[in-house]
Design a protein around this ligand. Sequence first.
Ligand SMILES: [Zn+2]
Length: 453
Amino acid sequence: MGRKGGRRSQGALLFGMDRRHFNGLAATGLMGLNLRPQAWFDLLSDQNLEVDGPRLNQRMRELESFGANAAGGIDRVAFSDANIEALDWMAGLLVESGFSPSIDFAGNLIARKPGSSPELPSIMLGSHIDSVPGGGNYDGQVGSMGALEVAATLADAAYTTRHPLEVSIFSNEEGGKTGSRALAGEVETFELDIVTASGFTIGDGIQRLGGNPDRLEEVRRTDGSAEAFLELHIEQGAVLDADEIDIGVVEGIVGIMRWTVIVDGSTNHAGTTPMDRRSDAMVGAARFIDLVHTTARRMPGRQVATVGRLEAEPGAPNVIPGRVTMTLEIRDLSMAGIERVFNEISGNTARITEETGTHLSFQRFYTSRAAPTAMWIREIIETSAQGLSLSTHRMPSGAGHDAQSIALFAPVGMIFIPSVAGVSHAPDEHTTPQDVVNGANVLLQTLLELDER
Ligand SMILES: [Zn+2]
């Protein structure tokens, strides 16, 4: 790809750099202000700072070699040798950029660099490099290498931020966000015994990385201990790709609630029971599934609702099912939104049970809290993208991310870049080199803007 800017930048390119600077200055709200000359200089030099795209993409390719599989994807599951070797390699790159890396007790690779105002809280950036079994080369990796590229760009320019910087590569994201949740004090003791895809328990895995599962409590951060956390990530969905948008400004990570739904009817002979004398639990279930789908579509908002599993008993071709057990899952950016959708669904089941002669009950078994991103960081991300002539779109994240844990103690911002055809957690996962560079540049500009505040 030879294009410098975004997919929709043709018009802007006519104006070249001038238009770009104009956008940047107008967007930061500083046009017409009477700034001292040094401030203008700082602003212009911030605007000029750009990541080294070829280096970033070259390093993305190098990262692929750790745990590469025959399908073109990776098996770099948390705590595997490939995971450990890749972290070693990244620690070396961080040293080259003037950072001091170390592994904390939770197995996170944390690299720090002092700022010019040591009393300020640090700005954190990062993501994860562990994968699902048979994963792709972009999930977590774009944000991790993007953070390393920002670190390298600042080092090349001999640019010192005011805030201390902290690059974090979190441990075991795919197996339960262990590293980032440890910083929020959320990891429970029983989790350490869970066996992960590596074959090691989380506790043993943390030790393999160089951490200490007995001292997790010590990595816990306090409220306000960080100025902000920024995570660049692939969308893992098809919205940006389909709509040809460069940058997704994440409004938050959606909350999730799941219920077991049981429909009770009467088991009976499928040949001898007339159609008007049945209490068919499967028919009740079918109507319920339709109710879930139509309710989530009809209500205003961007909630999603899914019946993902269904089991009929006794489950024979010649027997009317007497019981169907299903799952209901609802996701939304606000927990109140989830409850509204649930109330609307559960409040409309009376007609189904009446007409089908069945009984329906709900039991909630899982809740994951929604994690909104900070409003002011969303605005900075947008402004930064616009300054680079990149198109933006505000959107929720339907998948979980490390940022969701960090949001429990610090303001967070998330930058999405397109996933080709929305494919993720598979070897075919792909994001174009230009989009990777775009994302890293937005990460860099957002960091610099945050640092000025
Ligand atoms: Zn991820």
